[in-house]
Design a protein. Structure first.
Length: 271
């Protein structure tokens, strides 16, 4: 008869098998002779040693931290994010905004917080050096996404075109339109007219479409800008400022095709 396993033995076997995501029910099944209190104490001992990390309170999802990732305090997102969001929490999600732009090589600086889009408000969590900020996103089930795949694993990410719309819509939260424009200029090569229309249909945000179309036209991306105009055909839309915080003034330029008012400092920078 085999002797009862210890938690350390179970963790070693799981890591050798490449299974770094562990749920409490799996650990209980692997350690049937351990009482709930004994298992709880063993888990916290391993956590204090840096061998394990719990993803969030109440989720009962633990993550093995291999030695090569000990300095970061957790493995890369690709190993655990999809399992945590889709399987443990049962939520539709995708990585969006500047974090999505970074996966396409379009962020000219390091993004320190991973922006995760979800249907309902959730508190931010910190897992090792990874900080996840959750943003509420309407109609998330119908938004176009794809897999971001690496040798370590994969997670869902907004398409390039949806990413462009998101950062334009949320520009006031992301450092302003000048910063967003810098990202867009690097994101255009990954975008297609078909993808633009698909994202516009799913998101259905006319003011964001106007702003994105005007930026594309100003940057000489006429094929992409025409796709925005095609989607807007037949819609009634009012004039909007390029930036949410901009007010109508004598110093603005007006894009008549998209009915977008450009503030002087951005109109000058874009010429």
């Amino acid at each position: 008869m085999n002797a009862p396993s210890s938690l350390s033995t179970v963790l070693d076997a799981a890591e050798r098998a490449g299974k770094l995501n562990l749920r409490l029910r799996d650990l209980r099944a692997a350690l049937p002779h351990s009482s709930p209190e004994a298992l709880r104490q063993a888990l916290h001992r391993q956590q204090r040693r840096g061998r394990l990390i719990r993803l969030s309170r109440g989720a009962e999802h633990w993550l093995i931290v291999p030695l090569q990732h000990s300095n970061a305090g957790a493995p890369p997102l690709e190993i655990w994010l999809d399992r945590y969001m889709s399987r443990t929490l049962g939520l539709t999600y995708h990585v969006g905004m500047l974090s999505a732009a970074e996966t396409y090589g379009a962020a000219p600086w390091a993004v320190m917080v991973t922006q995760v889009m979800v249907a309902e408000r959730r508190r931010s969590i910190t897992v090792g050096r990874h900080r996840l900020a959750f943003h509420v996103c309407a109609h998330i089930e119908r938004l176009p996404t794809r897999w971001h795949e690496t040798p370590d694993g994969r997670f869902r990410v907004a398409t390039p075109e949806l990413t462009a719309l998101q950062i334009v819509q949320k520009e006031s939260q992301l450092g302003g339109m000048a910063r967003v424009h810098e990202v867009l200029s690097r994101l255009y090569p990954a975008c297609t007219p078909e993808g633009v229309i698909q994202a516009l249909q799913a998101m259905d945000e006319t003011p964001a479409a106007q702003r994105l179309g005007s930026l594309m036209a100003r940057d000489g991306e006429e094929t992409l800008a025409h796709a925005v105009l095609e989607w807007m055909s037949g819609r009634t839309f009012r004039a909007v400022p390029l930036e949410h915080t901009s007010m109508k003034s004598a110093g603005t330029e007006f894009d008549r095709r998209f009915k977008v008012r450009w503030p002087a400092h951005l109109a000058t920078a874009g010429t």
